[in-house]
Design a protein around this ligand. Structure first.
Ligand SMILES: Cc1cc2nc3c(=O)[nH]c(=O)nc-3n(C[C@H](O)[C@H](O)[C@H](O)COP(=O)(O)OP(=O)(O)OC[C@H]3O[C@@H](n4cnc5c(N)ncnc54)[C@H](O)[C@@H]3O)c2cc1C
Length: 314
């Protein structure tokens, strides 16, 4: 009998695709528990009813900390279950919580997971998807941070309703730091970079003007990504950086424009299903991994592509 515990840092709105993938994966195990470090919204409760979940816990977050609340929720949930497996997101905050709980409980954290078998063997991407490895925990619970777009979302044919219970925290800890200011980010209409099915990414070749990329992204419903050269230049926020020291993406389509294709950039996007590269240098390394290469000036190619997509969709 194996038991999977899905941990979400919050469910203030309906679960996104990556979160639903975690629910699908968890529901393959004998017992499925969900612990959420926030109150669960009405929309989220409805979606949870689409999966075979045995227990749902919520614990409202009343303050700003550095993950202490989230850590206490996951720790308490683990104390109250015999979960063999914790599933959480592969975003940096979830992985941080995973690492901290792993230290606290002498458990194994495996990141970049793309599947977990019934025998609790995690399959994970190595070296940015160059090969995959099968990993088994040799100690206690396996904590798996699962990459988005790895699992086929499979809700129940006959959805039900879930009962949400309040989790009484056992292990709240004093924070060693205090937060002196919190600034909300301006919400974007675009899909989140790590989950988007289409990413349009720009590099030094955009020369400070992401306008043509944003226009193409709007035409495609895509997220915007960037190389480190572009984020370091301050042309776009650091959150958009794709690569070894940025976000790893694996969309259906990655359009790389004005990016040379350095190894550190490839590390974050080479598992994309289809790669289109636009570069004016025929020898740019990005063409080695591109499924379709366009040698040309992005300021001419991208507007034509956006116009043609809009024309065909009209
Ligand atoms: C430890 C470490 C970690 C790093 N992590 C990352 C990371 O996470 N992500 C990342 O991206 N990089 C990372 N880098 C940096 C990486 O090595 C490269 O320097 C960076 O990716 C280069 O960005 P770029 O391709 O935009 O710029 P460049 O290499 O300068 O390439 C610009 C490209 O644009 C093309 N171009 C110019 N004008 C046009 C035009 N008008 N139309 C079409 N094409 C045009 C050029 O032909 C060229 O190929 C890291 C480096 C180190 C050492």
């Amino acid at each position: 009998m194996s038991s999977a515990l899905v941990f979400f840092t919050d469910l203030n709105s309906a679960p996104g695709k990556a979160q639903r993938e975690l629910l699908t994966l968890a529901s393959r195990f004998d017992t499925t528990i969900v612990a959420v470090a926030s109150e669960i919204s009405t929309e989220a409760r409805e979606v949870l009813g689409n999966y075979a979940i045995d227990t749902v816990w919520q614990a409202a977050n009343t303050g700003h900390g550095f993950g202490e609340h989230e850590l206490a929720v996951l720790d308490t949930a683990l104390q109250q279950t015999d979960a063999d497996l914790v599933l959480l997101g592969n975003d940096s905050f979830s992985r941080e919580i995973g690492a901290r709980i792993a230290v606290r409980r002498q458990a194994a954290l495996v990141t970049d997971v793309i599947d977990v078998s019934a025998e609790l063997i995690a399959t994970k991407d190595e070296l940015a998807g160059s090969y995959s490895a099968s990993v088994k925990s040799t100690t206690g619970v396996l904590i798996a941070a699962v990459k988005p777009n790895s699992i086929d979302d499979a809700p129940l044919a006959a959805p039900g309703t879930v009962q949400v219970n309040d989790l009484e925290l056992q292990s709240a800890q004093e924070s060693l730091v205090s937060v002196v200011a919190v600034e909300d980010k301006v919400a974007s209409e675009r899909p989140s970079l790590s989950e988007a099915r289409v990413v349009v990414a720009g590099g030094r070749g955009v020369d400070g003007d992401f306008g043509p990329l944003e226009d193409l992204a709007d035409a495609l419903g895509a997220a915007i990504g960037a190389s480190r050269a572009a984020t370091d230049a301050g042309w776009i926020s650091h959150d958009a950086q794709v690569g070894q020291t940025g976000i790893t993406v694996s969309p259906q389509l990655y359009i790389s424009a004005g990016i040379s294709g350095a190894i550190q950039q490839k590390a974050g996007m080479q598992t994309s299903k289809f790669i289109i590269a636009v570069n004016k240098d025929v020898d740019a390394p990005v063409f080695e991994i591109a499924d379709l290469g366009i040698v040309g000036d992005l300021s001419k190619v991208l507007p034509q592509a956006a116009a043609e997509i809009r024309r065909r969709r009209a």
